[in-house]
Design a protein. Structure first.
Length: 315
């Protein structure tokens, strides 16, 4: 049975036993932070397209099993499937492939830090396409600080080789997809009378179907891949693309409008930890400094510092 809908807010109502969105938010950041580590291991065994396709198939199987165990039907409306198909392009098939390709040229740490641009990319889309907020001096300042952070995090003064430039460009393009995808989901999927498992399963299924022809004709698999790569692909599918998307829809349905994309405030932290600890990747001074500037720019643009001070004064 679908959860009841609040007519005023358009949000799905849950019982008191429902998982708080704050807990789902932190867990989502940890899982998606680890995904850059798993992608790096995965591209040692498969082509970027195959890594993206495999994680979507594994995620779809996981979500269908959960849907079956919880007796959750898939969406019935054609309009819902249309929105899920578009959302899967923006959030799954295209950015998954781009990040996997990017990590064939750059470190998992740098890819995770570039991903921290998602809140700023989302804000730009909200301003330019959805027109839910008007640009002002605060937003412009935040975007400028964020742009400076991008230049610092990639170490623009060092110059780039062709491969590194391609990797950075692919990751930035993936972030641009996320920037469109999060507000699209909030507008078209956040208020639907559907359970998160149903929407997540439909979304990931659409993504797998989208990549199927590319995996068949462009895929490359190393049949002698190490067990660690295979385990990483399983984690990437089951956790990052299965469990995580249930958490994602839970956050989208219950959190304020800009919170869903702000999970990337946590993602870089976990990406750096696992990249340094398990992949033994180096961390130069400019990468964390640039990430701090990016996140500070997003916080300024979203007026988080003022809101926090107001809340502190009210206590």
């Amino acid at each position: 049975m679908s959860e009841p809908l609040d007519a005023a807010s358009g949000r799905v109502l849950t019982s008191r036993r429902s998982v708080p969105w704050q807990g789902a938010f932190v867990l989502l950041g940890a899982i998606w932070g680890c995904s850059f580590w798993w992608i790096k291991l995965g591209v040692r065994a498969m082509s970027p397209v195959d890594v993206a396709f495999t994680r979507l198939v594994a995620g779809a199987v996981t979500l269908l099993i959960i849907a079956g165990l919880t007796r959750t039907p898939l969406p019935r409306r054609a309009s819902t499937w249309r929105h899920l198909f578009i959302y899967a392009i923006l959030i799954n098939s295209v950015p998954f492939t781009l990040f996997a390709y990017g990590e064939t040229h750059i470190s998992a740490v740098l890819a995770g830090l570039i991903n921290s641009l998602t809140p700023l990319a989302t804000l730009v889309v909200v301003l330019a396409l959805f027109r839910e907020e008007r640009a002002n001096s605060r937003i412009v300042m935040g975007l400028m600080v964020g742009l400076a952070g991008v230049l610092v995090v990639i170490g623009v003064w060092r110059g780039f080789g062709r491969g590194q430039l391609l990797g950075i460009g692919a990751c930035l393009a993936a972030v641009a997809c996320y920037g469109v995808g999060f507000p699209y989901a909030r507008r078209h999927l956040g208020s639907l009378d559907e359970r998160p498992v149903s929407l997540a399963a439909g979304q990931v299924l659409c993504g797998a179907v989208q990549l199927l022809p590319f995996a068949l004709f462009m895929g490359r698999v190393n049949h002698h891949a190490a067990g660690s790569s295979l385990l990483a692909l399983a984690a990437l599918g089951v956790l990052s693309t299965g469990v995580a998307y249930i958490l994602n829809f839970h956050v989208v349905s219950h959190a304020p409008a800009t919170i869903a994309s702000s999970v990337t405030y946590l993602t870089p932290l976990f990406a750096v930890i696992v990249g340094v600890a398990f992949l033994h990747e180096g961390l130069t001074w400019n990468e964390p400094v640039g990430a701090v500037l990016i996140l500070a720019g997003a916080a300024i643009a979203q007026d988080r510092f003022r809101r926090r001070s107001v809340l502190a004064g009210a206590n």
